[in-house]
Design a protein around this ligand. Sequence first.
Ligand SMILES: [Cu+2]
Length: 303
Amino acid sequence: MIRKLALYALLLIGQSTAEAAVRNFTLHIDNGTLNITGTGGTSLNVWGYGANQGLPTIPAPKLVVNEGDTVTITVYNHRSASHNFVIKNVTTDVAAIASGGSKVYSFTAPTAGSYLYSDTLNNNINREMGLYGAFIVRPADNSNTAWTGGPSYNNENVWVVSEMDKPRWNDVASTGGTVATATYKPNYFIINGQGGFDAMMNMSTMVMGTLNQKSLVRIVNTGQFSHSLHFHGNHFQVLTINGVRQPTPFEQWDTINVPPMSTAEVLYTINQYGHYPMHVHTAQAEGANGVYLNGAATMIDMQ
Ligand SMILES: [Cu+2]
C-alpha cells in the first residue's frame, strides 16, 4: 500500500513537471460530401482533411497539443490537384503537396491559444470547399486556463464557423469547372460542419454548464465572410482576438464580430437557468438555403 502511494506521488510529481510531449498527427486530403440535415439541408460536394484516408471531415480534425510540445503533422494528398497545409501564425511552409504526395510539418507548439489551419492555395477555392480546421494549444501544464497563469474555465468549446456557396462554388469546383471567384453568395452557413438544426442539439458544440461555471469558447472563422456571433443569456468577456490578449478589466460584450481567417476566445459564465440561443447576426447567415435557424446557430444551456 505504501509503495503504491509512493508510486502515485511520483506520478503526480511527474505530471506537475511534465516534459513537453511528442505529438504526431496524420491528415489525409480527399473528396467527400457534407450533409446538412433538416429543412433547407442538402448534400454538398467538399474537399477536406480527414484522420482516415477517404473520410474527410468538415471541419478537419481538431488538433490539440500543449505549449512546448514537439508536433509533427504528416499530410497526404489523395486528390488529383495540388494542396497545402498552413497553420496561420504557426507554420510557414506554404509550398504545394503534389497530387499523390505527402509532406511532414514539424515545429514546437507555440503560446497557448486557438489557431486555424487551412489550404491557402487556389484563390480561396480549396478553403471554401472545406479544407480547414482548428489547432488548439493548451498551457504546458494542461490546466483549464486560457494560457499559463491566465483565466481559468470549467468547460471548453471550439466553434469552427464557415459558409459554402453550393451552386457557384461547390457544384462547379467538384465537377472540374472554373469557379468565377468574383461572385460569392454562400447559401449554407455552418458551425462545426453543421447547420443550426443539428448544432443546436450537438452537445460538443453547445455551451453547457451548471450555475456559475465558465466556458472558454474558441471561435475560429475559416469562411470568407465576417461572422458576428450573438450570445443570449449573459454577456461574455473577450480574452483574445487573433491571439492578442485583451486588456483587463475585460469589457462585457454580447456580440463579437470575427472576420475571415481570424480567431477569438471568449469566456462565458452560466449565470441563470434556461436555454438560450447563440446565432450569427447576419440574417442570411442564420439559414440553410434561406431556411431560418438552420445556419450558424447553437444553444447555451444550464444543466
Ligand atoms: Cu440574438
